[in-house]
Design a protein around this ligand. Structure first.
Ligand code: DAH
Length: 448
């Protein structure tokens, strides 16, 4: 538990009702649900740490979107308003992403951003460049396993054109000319769907002509294909250097998607090690975003990508907890020089220790501190608070409803395993008792 034990001057709860994050003070209220472990991580900024695999991944992506067309932003504060994170992007008031079970709130109107899209509106408003790339830490309450961590990093990118600045007013032609100037690649691209579809993936017909939207989509697709080509050519060369030359070309496919802030929208998937891997989400930005940001003359595209997921592929990193390790056996394996990627050599695997906890879920309205209903993420949070990075995963192994009383019983299996050392029986037992205590005290469960 190196992280939990280290001092975390950047984020502390100073008094009941106040919290300090990266030197700024915020007033909390009954919405506050950020644990001290997560608060401590707000100062880590792995995307800016020299030679860290998250930072190397960021730089590889930046290299595909050159300045001065693209401007880079990597220092935005993680504390944003609910307006920035949700409303400015067109999320409806009842969107599940707003739930307290899924999102870390400082107070009712302030939260730890759940995605880098929270900064789209302000960057559109700034009109500082034809495009931007933004990397940052993002926060989500989630399950515990080898690919989920309450903090991870995303990169957001966008490209805009100003319709008032286009020579002779032919916006679509200007965008297509920019597309023509982009490099080409030799990947195989499956793109079976039309650029927009009236029901599934509509054109914003009140704002864009079909030609304009098709041109934006074509520029978007080539730009992101070039990024994926760069990333996965490197990944392939790193994992099977001997076969990379004569190996098959990379294969990607475009899949229709939905995001509240783009239309039409897509996800890009890549065929990698025998399966389709979802890499990013993107689309033609909703014109309302530009209008509300005071730049109605702009039109463009945006995308978002998770950096850990890409870094795990590039460096063959098997467990997301490793990114937070301060162990030199991890950190010394990566170097920014030439943005070289290579297979991470895991240190020895320490033994797992499984412990089960079975309990009755509190009846509705009887939960400790809430009445908001049972949510597995609350249990995950208790486990993370107590045992931090000593837990590899948490899974439901049994669940039933008592036929007479109607009470719900659940059994969770917690896998205690450190990446860095062998845990003693004594300390595992102690952590597990504290987890059980936390479940009773904080969530109001009744142990069976
Ligand atoms: N913010 C989205 C997420 O976290 C990712 C995303 C999708 C970003 C589409 C975008 C976009 O800019 O256009 O899942």
């Amino acid at each position: 538990m190196k992280d939990a034990a280290s001092p975390a001057p950047a984020a502390t709860t100073t008094a009941p009702g106040t919290v300090e994050i990266n030197g700024k003070h915020y007033t909390t209220d009954e919405w506050f649900n950020v644990s001290s472990t997560v608060l401590a991580l707000t100062s880590r900024k792995l995307h800016l740490q020299k030679d860290h695999p998250v930072a190397i991944t960021r730089k590889i992506i930046e290299s595909v979107f050159p300045a001065p067309t693209y401007k880079y932003y990597n220092e935005f504060d993680p504390v944003v308003s609910t307006y920035e994170n949700f409303d400015s992007l067109g999320f409806p008031p009842d969107h599940p992403g707003r739930a307290r079970s899924d999102t870390y709130y400082i107070n009712q109107h302030t939260l730890l951003r759940t995605h880098t899209s929270a900064h789209e509106a302000e960057l559109f408003r700034a009109r500082a460049s034809g495009g931007y790339l933004l990397s940052a830490d993002v926060y989500r309450r989630d399950e515990v396993d080898r690919s989920h961590y309450p903090v991870f990093h995303q990169m957001e990118g966008a490209r805009v054109w100003d319709r008032t600045k286009v020579p002779n007013g032919d916006l679509a032609a200007a965008i297509l000319a920019d597309l023509d100037a982009l490099p080409k690649h030799n990947m195989t691209v499956d793109d079976p769907n039309p650029p927009f579809h009236a029901d599934r993936n509509p054109l914003q017909s009140a704002h864009h002509t079909p030609e304009e939207a098709a041109a934006v989509a074509a520029h978007l697709k080539r730009s992101l294909e070039l990024m994926v080509n760069e990333i996965f050519t490197r990944a392939k060369a790193a994992t099977s250097p001997e076969s990379s030359e004569e190996s098959e070309p990379l294969r990607v496919r475009w899949v229709e998607a939905y995001f509240p802030f783009t239309s039409p929208s897509w996800e890009l998937e890549v065929w990698y090690q025998g399966a389709w891997l979802e890499v990013l989400g993107c689309g033609v930005s909703k014109q309302e975003l530009h209008i509300n940001a005071g730049v109605p003359e702009q039109i463009g595209w945006a995308f978002g990508i998770g950096l850990e997921r890409i870094a795990m592929v590039l460096f063959q990193i098997p467990d997301i907890r490793l990114f937070w390790s301060r162990d030199q056996r991890f950190l010394s394996q990566f170097s920014e020089e030439n943005q070289k990627v290579g297979r991470f050599v895991p240190f020895s695997r320490h033994p797992a220790c499984y412990k089960d906890v079975s309990f009755w879920v509190p009846a509705a309205g009887k939960e400790a501190g809430g009445g908001r209903g049972w949510h597995a993420n609350d249990l995950m949070e208790v486990v993370r608070d107590v045992a931090g990075d000593c837990v590899e995963d948490v899974r439901v192994v049994d669940e039933f409803v008592h036929p007479k009383t109607g009470r719900r019983s659940m059994c969770y299996r917690i896998n205690y395993r450190s990446l860095e050392r062998t845990l003693t029986n004594g300390e595992t037992n102690e952590m597990h008792s504290k987890v059980v205590e936390g479940l009773v005290g904080r969530l109001g469960v009744e142990i069976r």
